[in-house]
Ligand binder design. Structure first.
Ligand SMILES: [Cu+2]
Length: 135
């Protein structure tokens, strides 16, 4: 009986892991800058107050293929009345696929962020701005 429970637990764990890997990513922001399209995706399909995991992708506007963006950054800012702007930057690590970065970012409150994405690599050098709500 104990062995059966252990097997079930292991199986449930593997199912959960598989779901995590294969869960669909929903796009929640996208912006075109010349030949490069920047896309923000996550399982939740939005940013929320607190800590967020997301994916940052760079693709070609022409053929929709991934482009190697090289060194990238993502910074956010929110203007608040009577305060200096609230700023937050993302920690980004390149994924196995080219043009794809895994990101984490933390927001202390809700509200629309002005997001600046920069890149510098084989795809050239560029930056773009987009506005993304934190719900
Ligand atoms: Cu704020």
């Amino acid at each position: 009986m104990t062995r059966l429970i252990a097997m079930l637990a292991a199986f449930t764990f593997m199912l959960g892991f598989g779901a995590g890997v294969w869960a669909e990513e929903k796009t929640f922001a996208t912006q075109k800058s010349k030949d490069v399209v920047v896309t923000l995706k996550s399982e939740a399909g939005q940013w929320k107050q607190g800590k967020n995991n997301f994916v940052l992708e760079f693709t070609s506007a022409k053929d929709k293929q991934p482009v190697d963006a090289g060194k990238v950054s993502l910074n956010t800012s929110m203007t608040m009345s009577g305060m200096s702007p609230m700023v937050a930057g993302a920690a980004l690590t390149p994924d196995k696929a080219p043009g794809r970065y895994m990101g984490t970012i933390e927001f202390p409150d809700t509200g629309t962020r002005q997001v600046t994405v920069t890149w510098d690599g084989p795809a050239g050098q560029g930056s773009t701005k987009l506005s993304v709500p934190v719900r």
